[in-house]
Design a protein around this ligand. Structure first.
Ligand code: GLC
Length: 602
């Protein structure tokens, strides 16, 4: 009986979705017939908010297809209400165009709706990799989509399915880890959570899988560098995340700034069109990275020709009036390229068909403005509890001389380190600003320091100092060490040692003769040997986001450690890159390592 029911369910699903697909296709064809070349090219143009400010009428003049907020393109009022109001104002211009095709708005909500003050900020992907949980990642995708749609924004430049193979790379924390299998599972889970089962659901959002292809495999981990591998390796290591994302229904993707054997991805027709669109059957659309087509040629017109002919469908353009390589230049030059038959009309029609198919599948016109009723859920306790659960599951216990879990009562704890009370350090890059924030410049979160105070019980005293002074006669010292927030190439490092300040605090605390717990906030494994020797317990907490309470939940034993390393942990920089499967493999801690309290009981 179950088999029959399953068959019927599948049959009805297929038949219902088939007519819907046919209906959308007919609508797309009808729209295309009505569109001028200018209107078609307008749909292929995505403009950053900072470039359109004071020129909102250009949305009508050029029938623009999309607006984004890049990492640092903030608006004056960054509350959820402020974002919703700005979104509504901009969307209203699309309704003054002849065809009233809605704008689709894109944002980097890469660990929650991270441009919004008061949103819940989830752990970055490296931490989610340590959870090994597609379930929690899917829930995070769904919550992120809901908080985005509360502000109107329908499109997320996430998930990043980079397979980070060299931790020198400043974007290691945006990757789920070094293993293609783990990355493909969690990337697909995020797509499913974000897009749901029906793209027209007003609480779902469009995912954008990035950055195609091989962004995490560049030589020396150089951001936007060159991935020098043969095709078999490129496919085996870096492609699975995209294949799985297509199966999960991904309908937009972003090429990488990086190159494959010297050829820039944004101009690589073989990979963008022959492999991704034809061989793998990707029928969504490709949006460029930020001004990425400019890197193809010093002559902007040639750059446009190369990228659009390679298979790019929409250009992300940060420059406006009076600037070089502006969105007006893009529109004018692409129109001329078509007129001169340098770019075939069929390529334009294919790109616009892909874009319109997504917009109609999402029923953007039916959910044109922000749903104000959803605002109440932004940063809600329910959402924060999911983030707190993700934090707990992401923590990796590297060492424990039986001093964890901590007693809640009757002990004297001394906390040290300048990052112990910093939401900014917990969140890392892509938080309010592109490069992150310092201090507690985002409301609603809990720092690790606050979490320890929240959890401590009767008779427990908690001291604090930046440098560890005053820790004498404490029963336990806790040092929070951290990388300062960074994003993209700003985070590229040749040396991953802990900062001298953090090492000094650990030494000071150790010299007090008390047990020392080190909690490391970082976007990647770091070189920790000497600090590890001095520590009696060492926890890799990654970049946990706003819900620091999850750290205390495990430190004090309300929950056990379950996290497993998503990266091999190197002994020294000479070992990097070091990845599971290497012929010579002798890390400090292997991929998948993680202790639990049970193991400590022995
Ligand atoms: C950035 C990043 C990309 C992001 C885009 C828009 O440079 O490479 O991941 O989605 O620009 O902010």
């Amino acid at each position: 009986m179950k088999l029959v029911l399953a068959f019927l369910a599948c049959f009805f699903t297929l038949t219902i979705s088939q007519p819907k697909a046919n209906k959308i296709d007919a609508q797309v064809q009808a729209l295309l017939k009505k569109m001028t070349l200018e209107e078609k090219i307008g749909q292929m143009t995505q403009v950053d908010y900072t470039a359109i400010t004071n020129h909102y009428d250009d949305i009508v003049t050029y029938s623009l297809g999309s607006i984004l907020w890049g990492g640092s393109s903030e608006i004056p009022d960054i509350t959820a209400k402020g974002w919703a109001a700005t979104y509504d104002m901009l969307q209203s211009f699309s309704q003054k165009t002849k065809l009233k095709v809605p704008l689709i708005f894109g944002v980097d909500a890469v660990h929650g709706h991270n441009n919004v003050d008061g949103a819940v900020i989830f752990p970055h992907n490296v931490a989610l990799g340590a959870t090994r949980s597609p379930q929690i990642v899917e829930r995070i995708g769904g919550i992120t989509a809901a908080e985005m749609r509360a502000t109107g924004i329908q499109w997320d430049f996430a998930p990043c399915v980079a397979v980070s193979r060299n931790e020198r790379w400043g974007r290691t924390y945006e990757s789920f880890g070094e293993d293609p299998e783990l990355v493909k599972q969690l990337g697909a889970a995020f797509v499913k959570g974000m897009q749901g089962t029906d793209l027209s659901n007003p609480a779902s959002a469009l995912a954008c899988v990035k950055h195609f292809l091989g962004d995490g495999g560049t030589t020396n981990g150089k951001d936007q560098g060159n991935t020098e591998v043969d095709e078999a390796t490129l496919r085996a290591v870096h492609l699975p995340g995209y294949v799985e994302a297509i199966k999960a229904g991904a309908m937009s993707m972003m090429p990488s700034y990086s190159s494959w054997n010297g050829v820039k991805m944004h101009g690589n027709k073989y990979l963008l069109t022959d492999v991704l669109k034809k061989e793998l059957g990707f029928n969504g659309f490709l949006v460029s990275d930020w001004a990425a087509i400019d890197q193809l040629d010093t002559n902007y017109r040639s750059a446009i020709e190369k990228s659009v002919n390679a298979g790019l469908d929409m250009a992300m353009i940060p420059n406006g009036h009076g600037q070089k390589n502006s969105y007006i230049d893009f529109i004018t030059m692409l129109k001329d390229l078509v007129k001169k038959k340098k770019v075939p009309m069929s390529r334009i029609d294919d790109a616009v068909k892909r874009i319109l198919t997504v917009k109609l599948s999402m029923n953007l016109a039916g959910n044109l403005y922000a749903n104000k009723e959803l605002l109440i859920q932004v940063g809600s306790p329910e959402h924060r509890n999911v983030a707190r659960e993700a934090v707990r599951q992401s923590l990796v216990l590297l060492k424990n001389n039986n001093i964890l879990p901590l007693s809640k009562t009757g002990i004297k704890i001394h906390v040290a380190g300048k990052w112990a009370d910093s939401i900014g350090a917990q969140c890392g890059g892509w938080t309010i600003g592109w490069q992150g924030i310092s201090g507690n410049a985002i409301s609603g979160g809990t720092t690790i320091m606050q979490a320890i105070k929240n959890t401590a019980g009767k008779g427990t005293k908690i001291g604090y100092s930046v440098d560890g002074s005053g820790a004498d006669s404490s029963d336990i010292g806790i040092v929070v060490a951290a990388e300062q927030p960074y994003a993209e190439m700003v985070g590229d490092r040749t040396d991953l040692s802990l900062s001298n300040d953090d090492q000094a605090v650990i030494n000071t605390m150790k010299a007090k003769g008390i047990p020392v717990v080190v909690i490391l906030l970082s976007g990647r494994p770091m070189i920790i040997n000497s600090s590890l020797e001095k520590a009696d317990a060492f926890v890799a907490a990654w970049l946990p986001g706003t819900e620091g309470q999850g750290v205390a939940d495990v430190l004090f034993g309300d929950f056990n450690f379950t996290g497993k390393l998503p990266h091999s942990w190197p002994k020294n920089m000479q070992q990097v890159p070091i990845n599971i499967g290497d012929k010579v493999y002798d890390p400090l801690f292997p991929y998948g390592f993680g202790l639990t309290y049970k193991e400590q009981a022995k």
